[in-house]
Design a protein around this ligand. Structure first.
Ligand code: FAD
Ligand code: DHB
Length: 393
């Protein structure tokens, strides 16, 4: 098999890249290890920046997003029993955020790719391996039910997430990795309960962080800070609801209604960057190149921002033979990546219970919260970071 761009991973990065290339007349094949049904049903992100909404709409895959996505103009912070609203649109003078689940974005992208005559996504491909990334004829080997496959390409996009195989194809001497692990994780729940509030609630409590998000009027996405060693089976429904209610309890503030829990998962928090994000003709995008802790809701938005830059660079190469955009890919992405790292680490430090508990740090967190309440400038910096940066910044 031969194609122009071989893409490993059918997440937001891989699928959008394939679609953007298709719009420019560039052929690609997406290799994905999971089934289409699993990809389309895995619960992940929910918050889209305006820049992400714009690119999906401009690429012609925003019809359902426009109809079903819900625009939020602010969010609430609950801090040790106090409430404070961050009026995003008022502070930024425009952009807000849109709630639309990541797997819905993936459904829209898969529908667009499979509708196109040359839209090839190879689901349930096992044992992918990148070969010859440093040469002009790189490729991907993988297994399907039909046997071993060899895909030769001009370029490879490694969009296979943090645990994928692409990054490992870069020799350790040709990249540098930056890591931070956090001593806590998030317990995530999907519940069949009514909406708690009009806007998201980020909560700092002495027991730890909690977050109230939503997927639809009847489906809510709730999270609370837990230990990375948490075993889901140790948490009965009653224990989960008690913990959430104790953290979110506040005078005059809404709390989640108790109801069926449809899904639960534990997600570890980590910060990670691989520099540079390219090696020879292999380009990493999204979680394959960087991970942010989810508190700032930046991961999927960063993945989309990467492939916007990569699609342009590849388009320029095929149009004019000019390699300069491809050469600059990593440095063009990393400015935004580190900006998101900084903001995500800050949101995480503000809202989580330090572990082990650190009374000094707790006072600093409170001082930071007071600054957000007292200073419009401090709140504006938070709002501008949360809604995301313009493409030029
Ligand atoms: P992924 O979505 O991880 O996709 C990678 C794909 O590659 C997967 O389908 C995988 O199966 C496939 N793959 C892996 N290895 C191989 C292989 N060897 N061969 C073939 N295929 C392979 N981000 C936000 O922007 N906003 C939010 O609100 C938000 N909330 C989040 C909440 C939680 C609890 C979590 C965990 C994450 C959240 N994120 C959020 C982050 C966001 O989900 C990720 O950053 C995003 O999925 C990254 O997209 P990606 O395409 O780079 O990688
Ligand atoms: C959601 C996830 C986040 O990480 C976040 O900061 C806000 C919302 C969500 O899944 O809806």
């Amino acid at each position: 098999m031969r194609t122009q761009v071989g893409i490993i991973g059918a997440g937001p990065a891989g699928l959008l890249l394939s679609h953007l290339l298709h719009l420019e007349g560039i052929e690609s094949v997406v290799i994905e290890q999971r089934s289409r049904a699993t990809v389309e049903s895995t619960i992940r992100a929910g918050v889209l920046e305006q820049g992400t909404v714009d690119i999906l709409c401009e690429a012609g895959v925003g019809e359902r997003l426009r109809r079903e996505g819900v625009v939020h103009h602010g969010f609430e912070i609950r801090f040790n029993g106090e409430r404070h609203r961050v009026p995003l649109s008022e502070l930024t003078g425009g952009p807000a955020i849109t709630l639309y689940a990541q797997h819905e974005v993936l459904k829209d992208l898969i529908a667009a790719r499979t509708a196109a005559a040359n839209g090839q996504i190879c689901f349930e491909a096992k044992g992918s391996r990148v070969f010859a990334p440093e040469t002009a004829r790189p490729g991907i080997e993988f297994q399907t039910t039909a046997g071993s496959q060899r895909l030769e390409c001009d370029f490879i996009a490694g969009c296979d997430g943090y645990h994928g195989v692409s990054r490992a194809a870069i020799p350790a001497t040709s990249c540098r990795e930056f890591h931070r692990d956090y001593p806590y994780a998030w317990f995530g729940l999907l519940t069949a309960t009514p909406r708690v509030a009009e806007e998201l609630i980020y909560c700092h409590h002495e027991h730890g962080f909690a977050l109230v998000s939503t997927r639809s009027p009847g489906i809510q996405r709730l999270y609370f800070q837990c230990s990375p060693n948490t075993r889901i089976e140790d948490w009965s429904d009653d224990r989960v609801w008690d913990e959430l209610h104790s953290r979110l309890a506040i005078d005059g503030g809404a709390a989640p209604a108790i109801g069926p829990i449809l899904q639960r998962d534990v997600v570890g928090l980590r910060s990670f960057v691989c520099e540079p994000m390219q090696y020879g003709r292999l380009y990493l995008a999204g979680d394959a190149a960087h991970i942010v802790p989810p508190t700032g809701a930046k991961g999927m938005n960063l993945a989309i921002a990467d492939v916007r830059i990569l699609a342009r660079a590849l388009t320029e190469f095929y149009r004019s033979g000019d390699q300069r955009w491809l050469d600059a890919y990593s440095s063009d992405c990393l400015r935004r990546v580190w900006r998101a790292q900084r903001f995500s680490a800050w949101m995480t430090a503000l809202l989580h219970r330090p572990d082990p508990f650190d009374a000094f740090q707790a006072r600093l967190q409170h001082a930071e919260f007071n600054a957000l309440k007292a200073s419009v400038e401090a709140a504006r910096v938070l709002a501008q970071n949360y809604v995301g940066w313009s493409w030029e910044q």
